[in-house]
Write a protein that binds this ligand. Structure first.
Ligand SMILES: *Cc1c(COP(=O)(O)O)cnc(C)c1O
Length: 372
């Protein structure tokens, strides 16, 4: 009999414990200075994160969803426009398009990276296309060279949804600097996570950054003068203070994620799992380690019974979500994304996961297929 060990999908407490004193000091300092609206931590974090991404500009916003919504607004996406995006992503990618009044054009992913298929993009582009969104799903860059070529040919901007990809790519070619504009989430479970809602937009275009700054703050560039319809999508000062403590550790955390992914590959080889393809080890930041699993739902239940907090990212592809039923997609329209949704399982992976915990997870997976 193996003893049951509890291994969560993500352990926020473990990371907090390692930075507790610094985080408390940073947060308490905000309460002392009380400069809460776009204060010193927001400004400093914007500079630090832009430098980290190798982008000229960073604008802090309220969430990853805000980042996508504001970025699309800044690109003048509106009613009558179309935006091409992948079916295998979190709902927010498509939601932001619809919130602008535009139509999400949902296409299939390529089987290797499971990110938007450049060939599908080329086919989906019409004269109404206003943008293409590439999602760096699970922390691996989409096929940016091919996507850039497709977008240049079509004359439309390429937007990065880098919500799962803080630090992905090479130090000189990082997520956040690879398209016209990039959107980040710092939701607490992301590789760089705040303790509440937070996000950011990066771009190399200073005019676009100005537009983004204006839209995130009620369409205003000067106090009480409102030039266009904006929103309240500002990054919170307390969250920025937390993010500034964490950012210097991101590289080390991502390296540990890569190490854990290598270990999963070794520990799970020979099982029926289809392990995620790694086209660029050094550039993958493993927000999730998500193999495809035969009998996925039974495996998931078995793991949960044995204390393993496995998850599914995501069980229903975007084109089959009830909210987008009006768009007219049917089951079978985007087969790769549909197969991924039916078989994907995310195993626990976070920098503080111990070797011993990971060995337990792998052993439970092996045991499931032995018993099956
Ligand atoms: C998390 C996530 C978002 C949304 O970010 P929020 O901060 O939760 O609004 C958008 N796109 C992808 C791919 C995500 O993983």
């Amino acid at each position: 009999m193996t003893t049951v060990m509890s291994v969560p999908l993500v352990d926020l407490r473990a990371q907090y414990d390692s930075l507790r004193d610094q985080i408390r000091a940073a947060v308490l300092d905000v309460f002392e200075h009380m400069h809460l609206n776009l204060g010193p931590n927001v400004r400093a974090f914007e500079q630090e994160f832009a430098a980290y991404c190798g982008a000229a500009e960073c604008v802090g916003v309220g969430s990853g969803t805000d980042a996508l919504h504001v970025a699309l607004r800044a690109l003048d996406v509106g009613p009558g426009d179309e935006v091409v995006l992948p079916a295998h992503t979190f709902i927010a990618t498509a939601e932001a398009v619809a919130l602008c009044g535009a139509r999400p054009v949902i296409v299939d992913v390529e089987p290797a990276r499971r990110s938007i298929d450049p060939a599908e993009v080329a086919e989906a582009v019409t004269p109404r296309t206003r943008a293409v969104i590439a999602v760096h799903i699970h922390g691996q860059l989409a096929d940016m060279d091919a996507l850039r070529r497709a977008c240049e040919r079509a004359g439309v901007p390429l937007v990065e949804d880098a919500a799962q990809a803080q630090g992905a790519g090479r130090p000189d070619r990082r997520a956040g600097s690879l398209g016209r504009i990039a959107c980040f989430s710092f939701y607490y479970s992301k590789n760089l996570g705040a303790y509440g809602e937070a996000g950011a937009i990066t771009t190399n275009d200073p005019h676009l950054a100005e537009r983004v700054r204006q839209i995130r703050d009620h369409g205003s560039s000067r106090r009480y003068r409102h030039d266009e319809l904006g929103m309240n999508a500002r990054l919170d000062e307390l969250q920025a203070a937390v993010l500034r403590v964490k950012l210097p550790h991101l590289e080390r955390w991502n390296e540990r994620r890569r190490e854990l992914a290598d270990r999963y590959r070794a520990l799970l080889s020979g099982t029926p799992l289809e392990l995620p393809a790694e086209l660029d080890r050094a550039g993958h930041v493993y927000h999730h380690f998500a193999p495809l699993a035969p009998e996925r739902d039974r495996l998931l239940a078995y793991l949960q019974e044995h204390g393993v907090g496995a998850g599914i990212h995501y069980p229903v592809p975007v084109h089959l979500q009830p909210v987008f039923a009006d768009l007219g997609y049917r089951e079978g329209s985007l087969p790769v994304a549909e197969r991924v949704a039916a078989e994907t399982v995310s195993l626990p992976l976070y920098p503080e996961l111990t070797d011993e915990q990971q060995e337990y997870v792998a052993e439970r997976v092996r045991a499931f297929y032995r018993e099956a």
